[in-house]
Design a protein around this ligand. Sequence first.
Ligand SMILES: Nc1ncnc2c1ncn2[C@@H]1O[C@H](COP(=O)(O)OP(=O)(O)OP(=O)(O)O)[C@@H](O)[C@H]1O
Ligand SMILES: [Mg+2]
Length: 288
Amino acid sequence: MNKSYTLGAGSMFNNKKLKVADNICLTLDQGMCLGLVGESGSGKSTLGKMILGLEKPDQGEIRFEGKDLVTMSKKERLVVRRKIQTVFQDCYSSLNPRWPIYESISEPLRNFEKLSAREEKRTVQELLVSVGLHPEDIKKYPHQFSGGQLQRISIARAIALKPKLIVLDEAVSSLDVLIQHQILKLLDELKERYLLSYLFISHDIMAVRSISDQLAVMSKGQVVETINCKDPLSSMKHPVSKQLLASILPSHPRDRNKARLTPSKGEMQEPFLETNVQQRIVRSGQTC
Ligand SMILES: Nc1ncnc2c1ncn2[C@@H]1O[C@H](COP(=O)(O)OP(=O)(O)OP(=O)(O)O)[C@@H](O)[C@H]1O
Ligand SMILES: [Mg+2]
């Protein structure tokens, strides 16, 4: 898949093209988590937006359950829309501060499902419980919750329609480390319970590795390296990956060895828990 943005007409950029997706070829199997890391501006969010249908690639396919998201009809897209949800860093983009959270969580249900008022209320309360909140919280407003609780509410909204894939873009980045661990653990539990697949985008390689099965490193619109999260981060070869690692690893060699022992997803312990943008991108169950 390829995607460029045209930079400022008539400005110093003189319609120069900025490549933000350059022959990206990634595969995500159903029930798996693909982590996407990379420096700021490398094109991670743009890739997420293309999967969500918020941006269009210039060329290439994004296959989801065997169907190309780019060329499918509006009607087909509507069916798929409920299967691909998102959680952003800024929960206020999905939670209206003027609404009690009941309204925000039930909105997708009202748009896509015909439930009685009673069923709807029960579903919203069950969703709150499944993200570790209290059923009575439905009456509260966003300002009455902490950042971690708000992210739980955003997650409840994202799973309301029983999606297959969730694009999590910097979903834990604004939270402090302890709350990050709790949300990552919750995401991992929900993934198992609801057979979800995640595209987990973050600049935080440790957070990404702790939840992902595969980790892809992006730089300047390209995926420069992909590793299995069971492998040590030190097995990464590309200079950009090494640079990302250097930014988190302690400088003393003895401490570096310790850092390498940080558990990956397979070894997760409390409390710490990893597209042909030519041919394929998201594989949920089948080839994409
Ligand atoms: N709508 C747009 N028009 C023009 N350029 C854009 C647009 N959206 C993003 N860009 C540019 O494309 C590049 C990739 O942006 P993107 O948001 O995908 O990066 P990112 O990897 O998510 O970065 P970060 O880690 O900072 O979130 C950046 O240089 C950005 O300025
Ligand atoms: Mg981004």
